[in-house]
Write a protein that binds this ligand. Structure first.
Ligand code: FAQ
Length: 311
């Protein structure tokens, strides 16, 4: 039996109204949003690292400028999302502490290494492609600040995806070795990209409640299916083979049948045991520690100014 204020809240959500920061909300709704938004913010921040690895080695000045802009956009996305999380009554320092202690999650996808330049193309194509597929419905999320952040983020993600596909269009016109490099990158990133959508629906503990609250509009498997359907023709256009022997068009359902991702791998990566987890977290911790002198300087200056003002 729902309390009256909770029933009123649910009715507003069902009617498609936005919930704003100072309004009453169930504690579980607040907690779920803090969890999801902060995890999303951390993903953007950690997500700079795999691509940042190639900024100094981009093949041309133009590619370097484009990649630099993309990685800067990711920093911006992280910052909007931290702001959205802060409206729920959590401080940025707490959120950083959760990331640095390993308590908070971030997307599994950023725990894989970027071995070649083709990986940068494939990340834009698949990882940003999956991110858009997940984020377009989040623009209609019931929580106002998150939904508004998603509108701007989605516009920038579309550019990111195009830049990735553009890298690959160029590379597949190149030498056999360059084409092989693209195929190898696709082979390594395909399954981890499918895992970005989360565990299968029967293992997704949060989906039902998040959908009832209209935080999520679609289940993990629905979005994964849409992603596969959108991506297979793009792979064909590039002349690439998706590394899934079970992939097959199913005319009856109007979509592709495809193989099961290795869920054990996803859970291992989420638990901190992926190929680059410790490297990624180490880089974020170092960045935080290396910035201590600057934070201390700012605080000392603010205290001095306040003391001067009071005198
Ligand atoms: N990685 O019950 P569910 C980007 C966790 S895009 C890590 O299904 P939910 C852009 C989940 O948190 C990537 N953890 O959970 C970019 C939960 O654990 P918890 C970021 C995962 O929340 C591109 C547990 O498993 N995008 O950054 C993953 O209903 C290129 C059970 O799962 C977002 O975060 C995973 N893949 O659905 C940047 C989108 N999957 O918290 C740079 C917003 C599941 O209870 C370069 N988030 N888990 O300890 C969402 O839409 C949802 O949170 C899902 C998961 C769909 C990720």
């Amino acid at each position: 039996e729902m309390a009256p204020e909770e029933r009123a809240f649910q009715e507003r959500v069902d009617a498609g109204q936005k919930i704003e920061p100072k309004e009453w909300m169930p504690e579980g709704y607040r907690k779920t949003l803090i969890r999801q938004i902060s995890q999303h913010a951390h993903s953007e921040i950690v997500g700079q690292l795999p691509e940042g690895n190639w900024i100094t080695r981009a093949p041309t000045l133009e590619r370097k400028a484009i990649l630099l802009a993309k990685v800067q956009d990711e920093a911006g996305h992280g910052l909007y999302l931290y702001c959205a999380a802060e409206t729920l009554g959590v401080s940025r320092d707490e959120l950083y502490a959760q990331l640095h202690s390993g308590k908070a999650k971030y997307s599994s996808i950023f725990n894989y290494p970027t071995l070649t330049w083709a990986d940068i193309g494939v990340i834009g194509w698949l990882v940003d492609g999956a991110a858009i597929m997940n984020q377009v419905p989040l623009q209609r999320c019931s929580y106002g600040p998150y939904s508004r952040a998603m509108i701007r983020i989605c516009k920038e993600e579309s550019f990111h995806q195009r830049q990735g596909y553009d890298i690959l269009m160029k590379m597949v016109e190149g030498t056999p070795a360059q084409r092989a490099m693209v195929q190898d990158a696709l082979n390594r990133w395909w399954w981890p990209s499918l895992m970005m959508f989360g565990p299968s629906d029967d293992a997704s503990v949060h989906s039902a409640q998040s959908m009832a609250w209209r935080i999520k509009q679609n289940s993990n498997d629905e979005l994964r299916q849409k992603f596969v359907d959108q991506t297979v023709p793009q792979a064909e256009y590039l002349g690439l083979t998706i590394p899934d022997p079970e992939l097959k068009w199913n005319g009856e359902k109007g979509g592709y049948d495809f193989g099961e991702p290795d869920w054990n791998e996803l859970f291992e990566v989420i638990a901190g045991n992926g190929p680059c987890n410790s490297e990624r977290l180490g880089a974020r911790r170092n960045a935080w520690e290396d910035g201590a002198w600057f934070r201390n300087g700012l605080t000392a200056y603010a205290e001095k100014s306040a003391a001067r003002g009071a005198a």
